[in-house]
Design a protein around this ligand. Structure first.
Ligand code: MRU
Length: 355
């Protein structure tokens, strides 16, 4: 298990690993303001849907902890809403960002009304407690996903993953990689092929780092090698994370995931999505409603954040950060409540509303 702490609340600040520097440097940075958290989310210093949600919750607290308006609770609640609205514009696709901010806003209002919290100071404390709870819950959800996923992949031997949905993307042991860590704990070593995941190389830089540090055999391939590796027969299942799952199971994840799902289907390889319930967006019926982030030209047209050009100036660049895998290509969605199988619309609704 990776001992890297993705995100931590310590002494009044949020400490994160700056993931833009991995794997060259493991540098922890301290974040003390909402504006710095906004920037960290936007440029992917902290990334991965669950980690973004946790970061947003702490970021909102940082943004409202020094509010002072003579103790006016209503002014404070409005300020919380306004700051949350701003932080919500950091990235558009991972629903965990909005889920966490909505939860923080709701808790603030409900505490003021129902729990009789009638000072701004007590409300601030309540918000910090909620951010910590979001973090702790995510850790538990990751383990539960790992246990449920282990049952599906324990005899698979060799799996393929895309992007990074591991410990460095969450507050715990990851989502897609959690079953691999649980397997390791139980003496089952699974071999992992990691797509490098152009353009920002989360697979090569981050998945390969955390797995190799944990002693799990990992082989990095360029994204365009996945088909030929699957054709060799060595990949027994694919498992990826998610940024947003619609009510019918359509799943947005890192760009290239859809291609992996198509290749897996062509080779009769099971394709699993692993995600906590905080990644479902039951308000949207299908994947066509998921907003897809488009990022800047430089990520594609320059080599790994350097000045070196990979695309001539006169050529256009299109850089969508996510794609949508239709649910018909997904064998199962592994959540903290267990694995959900088709038909997805009915089974997702049942699983997520069943307390
Ligand atoms: O752009 P990123 O690095 O934030 O994208 C991350 C992914 O696509 C992950 O697979 C997803 O967020 C799930 S993380 C458990």
């Amino acid at each position: 298990m990776s001992r890297l702490k993705t995100i931590e609340w310590t002494n009044g600040i949020v400490r994160i690993i700056d993931q833009t520097l991995l794997p060259d440097q493991i540098l922890y940075i301290d974040i003390a303001t909402l504006d710095r958290m906004y920037e960290a989310i936007q440029v992917l210093r902290v990334r991965g849907a669950p980690a973004i949600g946790i970061a947003a919750a702490f970021g909102l607290y940082l943004g409202v902890k020094d509010f002072d308006d003579g103790g006016d609770i209503n002014a404070y609640l409005d300020y919380v809403d306004e700051r949350a609205g701003y932080l919500a514009t950091a990235r558009p696709t991972a629903v965990n960002l909005f889920w966490a901010l909505d939860r923080m806003k709701r808790v603030a209002r409900e505490s003021a009304v129902n729990a009789g919290i009638n000072t701004v100071g007590a409300l601030k404390k309540r918000l910090l407690g909620e951010a910590c709870a979001i973090h702790e819950e995510d850790e538990r959800m990751c383990r539960a996903i790992g246990e449920a996923g282990f049952e599906l992949i324990k005899d698979k031997g060799c799996i393929l993953t895309h992007c990074n949905a591991g410990a460095l993307a969450t507050g715990g042991m990851g989502t897609a990689l959690a079953p691999v860590y649980v397997a390791l704990e139980r003496g089952v070593t699974l071999k992992v092929f990691a797509d490098e995941t152009r353009p920002l190389l989360q697979g090569a830089r981050i998945t390969a780092l955390e797995l190799s540090e944990a002693g799990i055999p990992v082989t990095v391939i360029c994204d365009n090698m996945a088909a030929s590796v699957m054709a060799t027969g060595q990949i027994k299942s694919c498992i990826v994370g998610a940024d947003r799952i619609a009510a019918n199971g359509d799943t947005a994840n890192k760009i290239g995931t859809y291609g992996v799902a198509l290749i897996a289907a062509a080779h009769n390889i099971p394709f699993y999505v692993a995600a906590p319930s905080s990644t479902f967006d039951l308000a949207i019926p299908d994947g066509a409603h998921i907003p897809i982030e488009e990022r800047g030209r430089g990520e594609v047209a320059q080599w790994c954040g350097t000045e070196k050009k990979t695309v001539p100036d006169k050529a256009a660049v299109f850089n969508p950060s996510f794609d949508v895998t239709p649910s018909k290509l997904i064998t199962a969605i592994i959540t903290e409540k267990g694995a959900i199988f088709p038909p997805y619309t009915a089974n997702i609704a049942a699983a997520l509303t069943d307390e």
